[in-house]
Design a protein around this ligand. Structure first.
Ligand code: ADP
Length: 320
């Protein structure tokens, strides 16, 4: 391996810059060249490729977002697009690519690997929805941002003795909802993985809680369930308790990464470069059982994970 390309793809996540910085500096330190590929696979196909030097990543470890920009690219899901991408890599002398993104981005990396470009995936998503790993770059920052926001909504909810439905991100996964549910002491959490939504049960729970002296009722609703505003209207009508919906939205994707996201992203970035140097390809870096490990991308994409039933029960049991 002589030249490594690095790109970010799919949704952005805080900590991606720490990973890019680690890739660039670990590789340069080992005497390799590094090229930054802008806007994910879209930028690869447009040949938006820039040389990365030690100073190219100065002052980035503390910044949210991704300095390489990110995009979704339909053309790269086609065989022609992938062939073109591999040819552009070869034209620029890139013999290894590190892809920071989610499962979709790993599928792209898998295709490039099949076309002779060595690839390594790094799990970058705030949603934690990558089966092979207990940690994804950005989740820790996103849950901390959501937790702080929910604390603020809770203050006003208590003062006005309201019911508050707070919608958090996560796409089809309920990890942000589960974690904030526990961290914020929510009275109810609605998760896509445990979808047995029964509005009458929810209404009864709110009324019971009010009788038992609770001054607010916080419901964390996952993005995968959605419809928070209409839910709030129906709950207000059924309980007679003022109910408001707050959709936290994209604030959860931004901001300065937490210490954990900076440290884990840095280690994963360096680990990916070391893998390429050992001749590895079609691998994804993961954090599992307290250690940084790597898996074959095909195996990683075939894995399944679910939220912990025990943690879900704990969340419910502690909100009495
Ligand atoms: P994420 O990586 O966060 O899961 P997406 O699913 O949007 O985000 O994937 C990001 C990009 O990865 C897509 O826009 C596309 O360019 C590429 N990609 C996704 N699926 C495939 C696939 N099956 N084959 C090749 N490239 C893919």
């Amino acid at each position: 391996i002589k030249t490594i390309g690095v790109l970010t793809s799919g949704g952005d996540a805080p900590g991606m810059n720490a990973a890019i910085r680690a890739v660039v500096r670990e590789a340069l330190g080992k005497g390799l060249k590094v090229k930054g590929i802008k806007r994910g696979y879209a930028g690869l196909l447009q040949e938006e490729i820039v040389d990365m030097e030690v100073r190219s990543v100065s002052d980035t470890i503390q910044r949210g977002g991704t300095i390489l920009q990110t995009a979704r690219c339909k053309e790269f899901t086609t065989a022609e697009g992938q062939q073109k991408g591999a040819e552009i890599c070869r034209k620029h002398g890139i013999d290894g690519v590190i892809v920071i993104g989610g499962d979709g981005s790993f599928r792209g990396a898998q295709k490039l690997a099949g076309l002779g470009i060595n690839t390594i995936g790094l799990p970058g998503t705030i949603d934690l929805d990558i089966a092979c790993t207990d940690y994804t770059i950005g989740f820790d920052t996103a849950v901390n941002t959501a937790m702080e926001a929910i604390d603020k909504v809770r203050d006003t909810s208590t003062s006005h003795e309201r019911c508050s439905i707070i919608e958090v991100m996560g796409r089809g996964a309920g990890y942000i909802a589960l974690w904030t549910g526990i961290a914020n002491g929510a009275e109810d959490i609605l998760l896509p993985e445990r979808y047995d939504y029964d509005e009458q049960k929810l209404v009864n729970h709110i009324i019971e809680n009010r009788k038992r002296g609770k001054q607010h009722h916080i419901i964390i609703n996952a993005e995968g369930i959605g419809h928070s505003s209409s839910m709030a209207k129906r709950i207000e009508a059924a309980t007679g308790i003022e109910t408001r919906a707050t959709i936290l939205g994209h604030m959860q994707r931004g901001g300065s990464p937490t210490c954990k996201d900076r440290v884990y992203a840095s280690i994963m970035g360096a680990y990916a470069v070391d893998l390429l140097c050992k001749g590895a390809t079609n691998r994804v870096v993961a954090y599992r059982g307290g250690e940084f490990v790597d898996f074959d991308i095909d195996e990683a994409l075939a894995m399944k994970k679910d939220i912990s039933e025990y943690q879900f029960e704990v969340c419910k049991n502690l909100s009495i």
